[in-house]
Design a protein around this ligand. Structure first.
Ligand code: GLU
Length: 400
């Protein structure tokens, strides 16, 4: 997991990127970087090992521009270091790329196409930007080179990519597959982010992206294309969340703030899901679907998995429905034997957990009903499950 942000058409690009990355630090924080272009021929690349505060300390007043991309990394290929931090750059210095995900066949691509290129990092990501540079060098336009490389990446890969081309510095070239990415519509500018909380200071209007789509984002224009290259029209949706709720306020750490918020969150939940007489206030269709099922499968990762274990106790003791809890990453590769009428419950704070999403995609193919319990309305797992219940816990930023 990692966080990526992009902006085009806003003179405060540097601050927007750094503030956005700060909000995404919960997604990864071993190194970070930004690339900003001033549209007058100058571009600035700054990368640092460590957290966003370390990167911020390196960014001087000269780093100004209206278009840029940024990344906070959680390494999968290559140790945390400046050379492995994103953005990665093509050999000729023309293309800049940030990436969230893993390129499954990067070593084959490197061996087949890049034997003569001197690589600067140990990452899978650099292979992609070097390939784009190579195909552009051979005469392809940027979009065609980008699409060609996306076509070479194998099925197992996951990516959210933001690409910049020094020769068209006001454009962001965007693509996603399995990794989360949202477009945000600003007033005279546009943004891209892994998670809406990163850009709530800039906009509340976001456009979802589907796997396989490719997008060209300009200050006043967003052009979405399906995998075959056809134009896609999609209206923005509104996220009604107070950007201040995602700030630390007077607390020294997000963790302290979020622990202190728990009693308030419990009150909100009781109000939201119970009537005054103690009866439940939950969509009857969902309750019927749950009680019709002969077995519940809770799918989650990390802390949500442990919450799922508590849920199992309660479902079995109080509702007498047999319940299994599965770690999402295991389920995807090793699905259990299913009962006749399974019902799936996905627990995911962000609603974007990649492993859980992979299971949900499979569950939808099988045609079984599902519920996502999440903190983020309109998140991917919320949209793709049959039902959603919101946690109303406010943005969760802390990582233990
Ligand atoms: N695979 C890439 C790397 O190791 C991206 C990791 C991430 O999503 O942060 O650099």
């Amino acid at each position: 997991m990692c966080g990526i942000v992009g902006v085009t058409g806003n003179e405060n690009a540097t601050d927007i990127l750094l503030d956005g990355l700060q909000q995404l630090e919960y997604r990864g924080y071993d190194s970070a970087g930004i690339y900003v272009n001033d549209q007058q021929g100058d571009g600035f690349l700054v990368k640092e090992k460590g957290r966003i505060a370390d990167l911020r300390a390196l960014v001087g007043p000269e780093v100004k521009g209206s278009t840029g991309i940024g990344h906070t990394r959680w390494a999968t290929h290559g140790v945390p270091s400046v050379k492995n931090a994103h953005p990665h750059v093509s050999a000729d210095g023309r293309f800049f790329l940030v990436h969230n995900g893993v390129i499954g066949n990067f070593s084959q691509l490197r061996d087949e196409y890049l034997a003569d290129v001197e690589l600067k990092s140990d990452t899978d990501t650099e292979i992609i930007v070097q390939l784009i540079g190579k195909f552009a060098d051979e005469g392809m336009d940027t979009l065609a080179a980008f699409r060609k490389v996306l076509g070479l990446v194998d099925e197992s890969s996951s990516y959210a990519f933001l690409l910049m081309d020094k020769e068209q510095p006001s454009k962001l070239f965007v693509a996603k597959n399995k990794s989360p990415l949202l477009l945000g519509v600003g007033d005279g500018f546009n943004v891209v982010c892994s998670d809406a909380t990163a850009m709530l200071e800039q906009t509340h209007d976001f456009i979802e992206l589907m796997d396989g789509e490719v997008v060209v984002v300009e200050p006043d224009k967003i052009q979405i294309m399906d995998p075959a290259g056809n134009a896609v029209e999609r209206e923005p949706f509104h996220i009604d969340m107070d950007p201040q709720a995602a700030k630390k306020g007077a607390y020294p750490y997000y963790m302290l703030k979020e622990i202190d918020e728990q009693p308030g969150v419990m009150r909100t939940l009781i109000q939201e899901y119970f009537n005054e007489d103690g009866t439940v206030k939950i969509d009857q269709e969902l309750l019927d679907a749950l009680s019709k099922s002969d077995r519940l499968y809770i799918v989650a990762a990390g802390t949500s998995y442990h919450a799922g274990l508590v849920g199992k106790e309660l479902f079995e003791k109080l509702a007498h429905i047999p319940t299994e809890v599965h770690v999402a990453s295991e389920f995807a590769y090793n699905p259990p034997l299913l009962s006749e009428k399974p019902f799936f419950i996905f627990l995911t704070q962000s609603g974007e957990t990649a492993d859980s999403r992979q299971v949900l995609t499979q569950v939808n193919e099988w045609g079984y009903p599902s519920l996502t319990i999440t903190n983020v309305a309109n998140s991917t797992l919320s949209r793709e499950a049959t039902y959603t219940l919101l946690l109303h816990a406010g943005p969760e930023i802390a990582v233990a």
